[in-house]
Write a protein that binds this ligand. Structure first.
Ligand code: ADP
Ligand code: MG
Length: 694
């Protein structure tokens, strides 16, 4: 990391020596500026002492009074109970955990200030575990003059420590030090120009007169000012990343004529208009000497695989290698099968690489990739590994991008062809990314949308059924399969462990085998060998199995058009985007399809609302927007998977309206003030975060 210009060592602050500074540094607070930009999540109002007589349950309140004594009482749990009175009423303070010293301190007649949440208790209003300050000393204790900030808690740092840190940093500012304004005023409108330092001061220590509601809802001008700057910094980081990638040289590939003609001739259907349009975008990009960075968004079943195939043919015909990566082994296998079927007649070998491929077989595949004998390579994230060397990689295609991180996407660059060239990148995602998220998480990519489904699809009819009616659902499966349909039964489990998921699916499978002895029922889960999974999928695809019990391994990309019924157990455990993906496995043929969401009672209000969205909409974009509103961006995209950063103050849903301006200003600023652009990134993105190694 380059030394940062706007970075003042913590040791300039009163009370912070080198040892403490080092400890804080490990927790992500490395400079005074870091402390100033570590902003409160919410606030408590401790500026007024409330009369006890005016307290109501649910209030967070400061009270002052004199103790009437403290007794240990036995209830359901032993606790220390004290009464305190202030002339307007009495209140109980209750401690479930207490030391002898505390009990000894709480003398009858002593004066205390208490802060905590008021709740109804066995003996009238109570505060459990109040924060206490003794008022008996001769110097009167001042009441807080500002709202009390509650900071995002950092492991190993108490709120009190965070408060005194920010106190010291604000004092440092007040001594005439400053935070430089990095936003050029000529680019900004009035609101965006509000003074930075004032905004920072206000958010760390809001005066009691502040519009608390606006503050809590994130609508205060100070929050807007900082959210704008933070979003801008992120946007600038993305633009910089993009510029860096685009500054490299990529192989220019002329449009395919022979291979694509031969391929399209054998295709049993015509490309949709959307496939042609997106295909043309990609073909144009591939002809350039700059690396393509294109995201193709297309709802489940919109035919992204074909778009990938067309792109691959252009690269292959120009003599370059193509890598296609999928997030799960089962999907990678399916792609491998498809591409082998399509490319073998054209005389092109397809290599296969997954984590589970071992020994000689693995060695052979690696060899084929390194020599270029295999011009097309399909696999899982195993393709990212260091041992994989390409002969001349010209195009990397990543399917279902949301499962891979930005980081992984970037590591592809290093696999670039023959040193001089960087490969073109095509990223395909079926998780419809709401526009606001796309603008922020994929600002470095150009986007094409497959907004048309192939003809002849019938929408899936979705119903919500409580698991008390499981027997009815089983009857429905029996009846459907008797009519020659096929069905999925999807088991969900919160546990991350594949083993537990597999066990749960096995139990369900056994129970269904007993209830439905006349059906042939398969089981598929993540713990099975690739070859086993392949056999089961093939049997299901051939119609040899009526019912397939599966974990969410089938979430992504599996294609069996005759399957027209899907039961999803405990759908409330999954995100809507994931449910939408799952449901997309049915409704691929011409018969009417059904999806039963077999939820577990009782369902929360929010849970019901979310599942109702699934019943009402089959549009992935609508579902994703709703999911985003209900759950927030981290959940929707999964911070871990996407490398989507945690914002300090901005909120992509709440601040969505800032984004168009942010994009515009970012582009201008990058050109007119490149130096400020770097300083903004340093200010807001701790250590460059995921962009560090670009
Ligand atoms: P996605 O990856 O976008 O979810 P797929 O590429 O798996 O979708 O395609 C879904 C199904 O639609 C596949 O069975 C595929 O053969 C079929 N398909 C794709 N394009 C067309 C088209 N233009 N016309 C008819 N069927 C198509
Ligand atoms: Mg797909």
């Amino acid at each position: 990391m380059s030394s940062r210009q706007d970075s003042t060592p913590l040791t300039v602050l009163k009370g912070i020596g080198p040892a403490l500074a080092e400890k804080l540094g490990k927790l992500g607070l490395r400079s005074v500026e870091d402390v100033l930009f570590h902003l409160p999540l919410r606030y408590q109002d401790r500026t007024r002492v409330m009369p006890i007589g005016a307290l109501r349950p649910g209030m967070d309140a400061v009270i002052e009074g004199s103790l009437l004594g403290a007794d240990v009482v036995m209830g359901r749990r032993r606790s220390l109970l004290c009464k305190i009175q202030d002339g307007t009423g009495t209140l109980s303070l209750r401690f479930y955990y207490f030391s002898a010293a505390l009990k000894a301190n709480l003398q009858r007649g002593s004066q205390w200030r208490c802060y905590g949440e008021v709740r109804p208790g066995a003996s009238g209003l109570e505060i459990y575990h109040p924060e206490l300050q003794n008022l008996d000393s001769s110097t009167p204790l001042p009441v807080n003059e500002t709202l009390t900030p509650i900071y995002p808690s950092t492991e190993g740092l108490s709120q009190q420590r965070l408060r005194s840190l920010s106190e010291a940093a604000l004092a440092w500012l007040a001594q005439g030090n400053s935070l430089p304004e990095l936003l050029p005023t000529e680019l900004l409108d009035d609101l965006e120009q509000a003074p930075l330092q004032e905004a920072i001061q206000l958010l760390h220590r809001p005066p009691p007169s502040i519009d608390l509601q606006a503050l809590e809802e994130g609508r205060h001008w100070a929050q807007h000012r900082l959210a704008f700057e933070e979003l801008l910094a992120h946007q600038l980081a993305m633009l910089r990343l993009r510029a860096q990638i685009r500054s490299r040289e990529a192989p220019a590939m002329p449009p395919s004529t022979e291979l694509s003609d031969a391929f399209l001739k054998h295709l049993p259907f015509a490309l949709t208009g959307a496939q042609q349009r997106v295909g043309a975008d990609i073909s144009h990009d591939l002809q350039q000497r700059q690396p393509m960075l294109r995201l193709v968004q297309g709802d489940v079943g919109s035919g992204k695989t074909l778009v990938a195939a067309m792109a691959a043919l252009q690269a292959l015909e120009a003599g370059w290698q193509v890598a296609l990566m999928a997030p799960t082994e089962i999907l990678a296998e399916q792609h491998h099968a498809n591409f082998s079927r399509w490319l073998a007649p054209l005389g092109i070998s397809v290599a296969w690489l997954a984590g589970k491929l071992k020994g000689k077989a693995r060695h052979n595949q690696l060899q084929m990739i390194a020599t270029g004998e295999a011009a097309m390579v399909v696999g899982t994230h195993a393709l990212f590994q260091d041992e994989v060397r390409f002969h001349n990689l010209g195009l990397a295609i990543i399917d279902e991008q949301h499962r891979f991180g930005v980081q992984q996407r970037l590591s592809l660059r290093d696999k670039g062809a023959a040193g001089r060239f960087s490969p073109h990148q095509l990223i395909m995602t079926a998780t419809p990314i709401p526009r606001t998220l796309a603008m922020s998480a994929y600002a470095d990519l150009d986007t094409s949308v497959l907004d048309e489904l192939p003809p002849g699809r019938t929408p899936v009819n979705t119903v919500l059924v409580a698991d008390g009616r499981r027997d009815e659902v089983i009857e429905r499966v029996r009846a459907g399969c008797a009519e020659g349909r096929q069905a999925y039964w999807v088991c969900t489990l919160i546990e991350e462990s594949e083993q537990l998921q597999a066990q749960a699916a096995e139990v369900t499978w056994q129970a269904l085998c007993e209830s439905l002895p006349e059906l042939s029922i398969g089981l598929i889960h993540g713990r099975m060998k690739a070859s086993e999974k392949g056999e089961i999928m093939a049997a299901f695809k051939n119609g040899d199995l009526h019912l397939l019990v599966a974990t969410t391994v089938i979430e992504v990309g599996v294609d069996v058009p005759n399957a027209s019924l899907m039961i999803i157990e405990n759908p409330e455990r999954l995100g809507l985007a994931q449910l939408h993906q799952l449901r997309g496995r049915v409704g691929r043929g011409s018969t009417a399809s059904h999806c039963v969401l077999l939820y577990h009672n009782p369902l929360s209000h929010l849970g019901r609302e979310r599942l109702s969205i699934m019943r009402e909409s089959s549009d992935g974009f609508v579902i994703a927007e709703k999911d985003l509103q209900l759950r927030g961006p981290g959940e929707v995209l999964g911070t871990r998977q996407t490398g989507l950063v945690q914002f300090r103050i901005a909120d992509l849903v709440r601040d969505a309206d800032l984004l168009p301006r942010v994009q515009l200003v970012a582009r201008q600023l990058q050109v007119s003030h490149p130096h400020n652009s770097q300083r903004l990134i340093d200010r807001w993105l701790a250590d460059g975060q995921q962009f560090a190694q670009v």
